[in-house]
Unconditional design. Structure first.
Length: 182
């Protein structure tokens, strides 16, 4: 399993952003094109890996986890909510600050309530900054985070709790998959 994901990661283009080697991949960037078979492979793997018993909602941060959360929601009939980068001013909206290796700003969570049992999914974790912000917002909301699964893990970021990933990569002049977790 995960052959499409591994092959596509190990052949994806790279760009330099300052000192940061940034890989460009359909799952993590949505370019150059998202292959439905690759997306199904990632969704199917996450269904197998996640603890989905009695989960009320799938939570994802915009933007690149949205396509993964959409297919996962479709496969499981579990509703999803998206933590957004813009404020909506809805009642109960929770704002938190987020900082990663290449961006920072405010994130806004809506639609999560005290006692909701949620799973978090995301496309990639590298610094853990976005995930820490999401976890803070969910704690403020009073949600119970049942499980966390990331498609691609870069390094060993500490997000303050255990998480699962489909693959772990190393990035130098190219991407190399160093672990498969399914």
């Amino acid at each position: 399993m995960l052959e499409r994901l591994v092959t596509s990661l190990e052949s994806c283009p790279m760009v330099k952003r300052g000192e940061y080697n940034y890989f460009i991949h359909p799952i993590t960037d949505g370019v150059p094109v998202v292959d439905p078979a690759l997306l199904r492979e990632v969704g199917t793997a996450m269904v197998k890996m996640l603890d989905l018993a009695d989960v009320d909602k799938i939570v994802v941060v915009e933007a690149m986890g949205i396509h993964i959360a959409s297919i996962l929601s479709n496969m499981t009939d579990i509703p999803m909510t998206i933590m957004r980068k813009r404020e909506y001013k809805l009642p109960g909206e929770i704002a938190v600050h987020q900082a990663t290796g290449y961006s920072k700003g405010e994130l806004f969570l809506n639609g999560i309530y005290q006692g909701d049992r949620v799973v978090i999914i995301d496309d990639v974790v590298s610094t853990g900054g976005t995930m820490k912000a999401l976890l803070r917002a969910l704690e403020i909301a009073g949600a119970d985070v049942v499980d966390v699964c990331i498609a691609v893990q870069r390094g060993d970021p500490d997000i303050g709790r255990p998480y699962k990933s489909l693959v772990k990569i190393e990035v130098k002049d190219k991407v190399r998959v160093i672990e498969r977790h399914l």
